[in-house]
Design a protein around this ligand. Structure first.
Ligand SMILES: CC(C)(COP(=O)(O)OP(=O)(O)OC[C@H]1O[C@@H](n2cnc3c(N)ncnc32)[C@H](O)[C@@H]1OP(=O)(O)O)[C@@H](O)C(=O)NCCC(=O)NCCS
Length: 145
């Protein structure tokens, strides 16, 4: 399992995984913009296939996990954990790491809590692509001294 920066050639694979996992998946154009900002990472398996990705937003002293997903048949094999551990290893020294997650997304919440993310608050009705709109949990990872 290798984690590397995504290139524009990876966009179709990333979008395919996104479309299978999200009600409102990221568009190729939006992924492209994040690739230009070096804010997209992919996990590649031994057969050179992309099996997961993460998209971040890089702020001044914080980053936000904007989107993370793993290909269906590779779920529950440590791919998501590897991606987030990579983010923590590479970004948490100088940044807080923030994210929002749907309050019913049990797999993702378990993944984040297992890596030390803490629940900071709730954003009521944050996800408007569900009826009724769904609440988001705001979570933060901060490196402990
Ligand atoms: C959330 C997601 C990225 C996790 O990826 P993954 O590669 O399957 O997760 P991992 O195998 O690394 O799991 C790490 C830990 O997370 C938790 N976890 C992962 N999937 C879980 C599930 N279905 N149920 C309960 N806990 C789960 C477990 O604690 C797991 O550790 P364990 O396997 O030792 O018990 C994946 O389920 C996914 O793509 N979901 C759809 C997209 C999504 O919801 N993204 C998050 C948006 S905020």
């Amino acid at each position: 399992m290798i984690i590397r920066n995504a290139t524009i050639l990876d966009i179709p694979d990333i979008v395919k995984i996104a479309e299978r996992n999200f009600i409102t998946p990221w568009t190729p154009h939006a992924v492209l913009e994040s690739i230009h900002e070096k804010s997209v990472y992919v996990v590649v398996n031994s057969e050179n296939a992309i099996i997961g990705y993460v998209i971040i937003y890089q702020g001044f002293d914080s980053i936000e996990i904007m989107n993370i997903a793993v290909e269906e048949k590779h779920k529950r094999r440590g791919v998501g954990k590897a991606l987030l551990s990579f983010m923590i290893d590479n970004y948490s020294e100088n940044n807080e790491i923030w994210l929002e997650v749907r309050d019913n997304n049990t797999p993702a919440i378990a993944l984040y809590k297992g890596l030390g993310f803490e629940n900071i608050g709730i954003r009521k009705g944050f996800y408007r692509d569900e009826t009724p709109p769904r609440d988001a949990l705001t979570m933060k990872y901060q490196k402990k001294d």
